[in-house]
Design a protein around this ligand. Structure first.
Ligand code: C2O
Ligand code: CU
Length: 442
């Protein structure tokens, strides 16, 4: 029987509003439908989403659908659409082709707009998803607030340099817009917990007080097999789905992040984000098969590299340092052609980590620092440790237009570590491609 697809409509109003992150602790947030995170968008594979965005902020905005393989014109960036001005409405409309945990966020003045709360989860389900006793979404964030719970930006050179270099990290730790929320789960049950790192710069190392959990999915949906671990790194932009439980009645433990040293000025710490309370025992219907799905490898480890993308940090007179792609800031990269397999070597020559994000397409890691990865996964964001090289493979399917890649530490993206490039129709000639490339560079 064929899937019955449907059209699912949502309204998202972007505005400023008061938001309680804890009892008696209120911030002036920017977000969608007066909540942080914004309304969770849900659909089933093949559905058409129609999302009407009304901008009631005092400045323009645009919305990017992080991880969705949709047409270029719907990608929500400044290279494919005009900003949505205050008072204006823009309707995004696209089919969701893949099941998984995705998210949406502002793609304009992000260092302000995302920091203040302009993000939400977007979940795409499939009939073949494994069965759980329940499901929760956890959007990880932190905010940098002053004593009056206001967002301020550093005025002086040194703190400004720290924020530019480290990315903006704050000491207000949030899960779903709340400080240290209580999470309830029944003893004996197993739930699907979808983690999304929506912070500007925080490296979140998921840890459930040392308890084992199973990773079942990443950015682009399910893995081939569940992987049992006790910790998992989730960089800004990344997602991980886990099977959590079963736990014992009456237990309580923390959802925390272990320290991750990414060579920042500010020291990494182990920190608590939420408290889990395990309630009364209930029966379980959860079933997580060993074979979750099949992922066809796109390329072998020794596939010939078609492009090199080098991330680095260089000196800048004005701001202390620039964040570079192939030795330049805000780059126009060469086009790629529909149907031509891409093998990119993404390298990081700097002394700090960068989460590399490709818009609109999933890739597979085929080599990491000289080694083939232990398992296959569909990804749109991957971490590059200092002085490292990763080979990724991806296929430009038939969605021509302008796309981009960038570091998902929002301050690095803003400081230049990003590039646009064209995906060109298969039937265009090389001359057409060169002409379009020249056109976009000017
Ligand atoms: Cu979540 Cu341009 O990215
Ligand atoms: Cu970076």
């Amino acid at each position: 029987m064929k899937n019955q697809t449907k059209t699912v409509e949502y309204n998202l109003e972007a505005s400023e509003f008061n938001w309680d992150i804890a009892p008696g602790k209120t911030i002036k947030a920017w977000g969608f439908n007066k909540q942080v995170p914004g309304t969770t968008i849900k659909a089933t594979v093949g559905d058409t989403l129609v999302i009407r965005v009304t901008n009631n902020l005092s400045e323009p905005t645009m919305i990017h659908w992080h991880g969705l393989r949709i047409p270029a014109v719907m990608d929500g960036t400044g290279v494919v659409q005009k900003p949505i001005q205050p008072g204006e409405v823009f309707v995004y409309r696209f089919v969701v082709p893949d099941a998984g945990t995705f998210w949406y966020h502002s793609h304009l003045n992000e260092t302000v707009q995302i920091e203040k709360g302009m993000y939400g989860a977007l979940i795409v389900e499939d009939k073949t998803d494994p069965v759980f006793d329940g499901e929760k979404i956890f959007m990880i964030d932190d905010m940098k607030l002053n004593k009056e719970n206001e967002f301020t930006t550093p005025k002086w050179f040194l703190p400004r340099i720290v924020e530019r270099h480290d990315g903006r990290e704050g000491s207000t730790l949030l899960i779903n817009g709340k400080e240290n929320p209580t999470i309830n789960i029944h003893a004996g049950q197993t739930e699907r917990w979808r983690f999304i790192n929506s912070s500007s710069a925080r490296y979140f190392v998921l840890h459930l007080a040392g308890k084992e959990f199973k990773i079942i999915g990443t950015d682009g949906g399910l893995l081939e097999h569940p992987r049992t671990v006790t910790e998992a790194l989730i960089t800004p932009g990344e997602r991980i789905d886990i099977a959590a439980g079963p736990f014992t009645e009456g237990e309580t433990f923390a959802i925390e992040s272990l320290e991750y040293n990414r060579s920042t000025f500010l020291k990494a710490k182990r920190q608590k984000f939420a408290t889990v309370l395990v309630g009364e025992k209930k029966s379980s219907v959860a079933f997580i098969p060993e074979a979750l799905r099949k992922i066809e490898p796109l390329a072998k480890q020794d596939a010939v590299i078609t492009r090199k993308v080098k991330l680095s940090v260089g000196p800048s007179l004005k701001d202390g340092m620039d964040f570079l792609v192939n030795n330049d800031v805000h780059v126009n990269d060469k086009p790629v052609r529909v149907g031509e397999l891409q093998i990119w070597e993404v390298s990081n020559t700097s002394l700090m980590d960068h989460p590399f994000h490709l818009h609109g397409f999933f890739f597979q890691v085929i080599e990491e620092n000289g080694k083939a990865p232990e398992h296959l996964a569909w990804k749109d964001t991957i971490n590059l440790t200092p002085r490292s090289k990763t080979k990724i493979a991806w296929m430009p399917d038939n969605r021509p237009g302008t796309w981009m890649y960038h570091c998902h530490i929002i301050e690095h993206h803003a400081a230049g570590m990003m590039a646009n490039f064209e995906v060109i129709d298969a039937d265009k000639t090389n001359d057409d491609m060169i002409a379009e490339h020249v056109h976009h560079c000017h």
